[in-house]
Design a protein around this ligand. Structure first.
Ligand SMILES: Cc1cc2nc3c(=O)[nH]c(=O)nc-3n(C[C@H](O)[C@H](O)[C@H](O)COP(=O)(O)O)c2cc1C
Length: 156
């Protein structure tokens, strides 16, 4: 099985989740965990499993993740089992009711990543994953690395 984890991260939390996913699937040699800027098209060839993740920023993935996905040819991920993940702030920590409503309506990066993966031919055999940071810069909520690892294995 050839697997790859692609991520973007501003403060390092999504990177930690990406590394937990990679480690759950295999050794770093078997399952490279790559920052999106360092991915080359050749790395997407002969791929069985692909995870793509981003911090949620303004209800969306980062511009680098969005641009990367948008640039993939239509059939680039045909036959690849894929899953999207993001990191996000918990709704309950947003004190202002109106702002909480806005954030809830806006949604999270995972949905847009999953949609882009499907549009490039990938299958999405598991629901996407949303992992919690306690504040914008982190830290991750306790147990999220373990939850990410367990979630990632369900794709196998
Ligand atoms: C400019 C900005 C916009 C953000 N927008 C959202 C958002 O729409 N929804 C949300 O849940 N969290 C939002 N956050 C919190 C980020 O999701 C959080 O910073 C991120 O998960 C941390 O991941 P990273 O360490 O990989 O960058 C935002 C943070 C920043 C700085």
């Amino acid at each position: 099985m050839k697997a790859l984890v692609i991520y973007d991260s501003v403060f390092g939390n999504t990177e930690k989740i990406a590394r937990a996913i990679g480690a759950a699937l295999g050794t770093p040699d078997d399952v490279p965990v790559l920052q999106v800027a360092s991915v080359t098209p050749a790395q997407l060839e002969v791929l069985d499993v692909l995870f793509v993740g981003s911090p949620t920023r303004g209800f969306k993935p980062t511009p680098a993740i969005s641009a990367f996905l948008a640039a993939l040819p239509a059939e680039a991920l045909k036959g690849v089992k894929s899953a999207a993940f993001d990191t996000r702030i918990p709704l309950e920590t947003i004190k202002n009711g109106f702002f909480r409503w806005i954030v809830k309506q806006g949604g999270y990066a995972d949905k847009l990543i999953a949609k882009a993966l499907a549009a490039r031919g990938a299958s999405l055999p598991i629901p996407s994953g949303g992992f919690i940071v306690l504040a914008s810069e982190g830290p991750l909520q306790e147990g999220e690395l373990e939850r990410a690892a367990a979630w990632a294995k369900t794709i196998l």
